[in-house]
Ligand binder design. Structure first.
Ligand SMILES: [Zn+2]
Length: 300
């Protein structure tokens, strides 16, 4: 029987989208006192991630949380210099549907400006904390378009206790707002048993045996879909301290961390990855004549 990697070498490698939500291990914890006194450990997981991506010649989009970028300017530059795309993950790691539109605008702009100032390049990709653009906070897309974001990847077409729009069309799409259009790249799901199953990252990636992730990726490839995969640096940092969390948060945070690095290595070996911007501009929007790279594509 062929190994998974031998099999993948015989097929044409489709590019999937690798995304990283760049926050430290404590940013998702509600208790402000824990956050303020927490040990800064971002570089442990981020170093492993950058080395793995370099080893497999993969590129990705790194959505930075504002304070993580502000505290680690050298890491921001290091990621940019390695050829990855930099995106924005907001300022406080809080649910957008609990914020006022004005607060969302101010904090998103603040985070975007910190990231852009560190590299001198515009930041055009956004992902919400906890994928929290839901039916209650679709207004956020208009603000993102107004702030100059070209892509969003915050909508998860599943039902989850904290996020999701279960009936959202799970394909890349242009959304027109009164401040202009923005391209939504929903987080990937697989249609099974009459519902959308999450297939692509975070706790789901840690929970599933690798073979299941592999078959989910192949199933989406057969449909011609680019998988949007996501991970956090702290998922690769085995030594981040234990924190008080409710049982749902504990599962999200700690399940199967020991096997994450080896599963990720296997995934990078079996599949090819690029940034959100590159896959959308080069392969998705170009079909509809909407790509910013259109001119180059036509000429070459
Ligand atoms: Zn996050």
């Amino acid at each position: 029987m062929k190994s998974l990697s031998e099999e993948s070498q015989q097929t044409v490698r489709m590019r999937h989208i690798f995304t990283v939500d760049v926050e430290d291990w404590y940013h998702g914890i509600a208790d402000e006192q824990i956050r303020a006194s927490a040990e800064r450990r971002l570089h442990y997981g981020l170093d492993i991630l950058l080395e793995l991506l370099a080893e497999y010649n993969a590129k990705g989009t790194f959505f930075w949380l504002g304070p993580a970028a502000a505290e680690h300017p050298n890491l921001v530059r290091q990621v940019a210099e390695a050829g990855h795309e930099l995106g924005c993950h907001g300022w406080f790691h809080e649910l957008i549907y609990t914020m006022s539109p004005q607060r969302f605008r101010d904090e998103t702009k603040r985070a975007r400006d910190v990231i852009a100032d560190l590299t001198g390049k515009p930041v055009t990709a956004y992902r919400a904390p906890y994928f929290s653009i839901t039916s209650k906070s679709l207004w956020a897309l208009e603000i993102l378009a107004d702030l100059g974001f070209r892509y969003d990847s915050s909508i998860f077409p599943i039902r989850n206790w904290r996020y999701g729009i279960p009936d959202f069309y799970p394909q890349p799409q242009q959304i027109n707002t009164s401040s202009g259009s923005i391209y939504e790249m929903p987080v990937s799901v697989r249609r099974m048993f009459n519902q959308n199953i999450p297939v692509s990252g975070g706790a789901y990636f840690r929970l599933y045996p690798y073979r299941l992730t592999y078959s989910n990726f192949r199933a989406l490839e057969r449909q011609g879909d680019h998988v949007v995969f996501y991970i956090h640096p702290w998922e690769l940092d085995l030594n981040h301290p234990p924190v008080p969390l409710n049982w749902k948060e504990r599962i999200t945070h700690y399940v199967n961390r020991l096997s994450t690095e080896s599963k990720l290595r296997q995934l990078l070996q079996d599949f090819s990855f690029a940034s959100l911007g590159d896959v959308l501009e080069d392969e998705v929007l170009v079909k509809d004549g909407l790509s910013m790279n259109n001119a180059q594509t036509t000429m070459s």
